[in-house]
Design a protein. Sequence first.
Length: 235
Amino acid sequence: MGIDLGSLPVHVAIIMDGNGRWAKKKGLARLLGHREGYRTLRSVLLNASELGIKYLTVYAFSAENWRRPEDEVAGLMRLIETAARDELRAMHQNNVRICAAGRIDQVPEGLRRALLHGIETTKNNTGITFTLAINYGGRAEIVDAVKKIIASGVPAEDVTEELIAQNLYNPSHPEPDLMVRTAGEMRWSNFLIWQSAYCELFVTEVPWPEFSATELLQGVLTFQQRTRKFGAVVE
């Protein structure tokens, strides 16, 4: 059975897991696994764009990842900053719109500047919207949304699901249709937990550095074989 290009998921989210384990299995430093994962991400973004997916959001660094060894965290921050700078021209030329999700005001200044520059440079692009979740936590996002609502003076009785959704980090993004998790883990890991309430989950045993167009297509095919009911009964 082939892919139905008329029934693609609009928004795909990916939990890029297994970089460290991939490196360890090969006798390499964990940071080398993250570097290989960066190369994978570049390829997957291109694959998703060519396929016709409109939004791709990836879990690059969670709010909990600060608990990792200091040298690994510092290396990750440098890697993400370097990638944000080095890939900007190619992304802009390919009409990619860059966004970020998370408390980016708390990341190192160089990385924050690189992200904001990329967002500003590509804001009018009309191709795939590529969102990096950096220093991101799903619960923290909901907390930040509620704080914004309280600060705006909205009475408690006027708080609705729609209002909370409008105050999330990227309220104009559609909710993800498909969540991909690599390396076989069966957890949501605090990623887009508000937005992914009804998205389909695809888990592959393949670690992120080995993820390819084949796995992306398999995830999309799995999505197309499911019936999305959103709590209703579908005959």
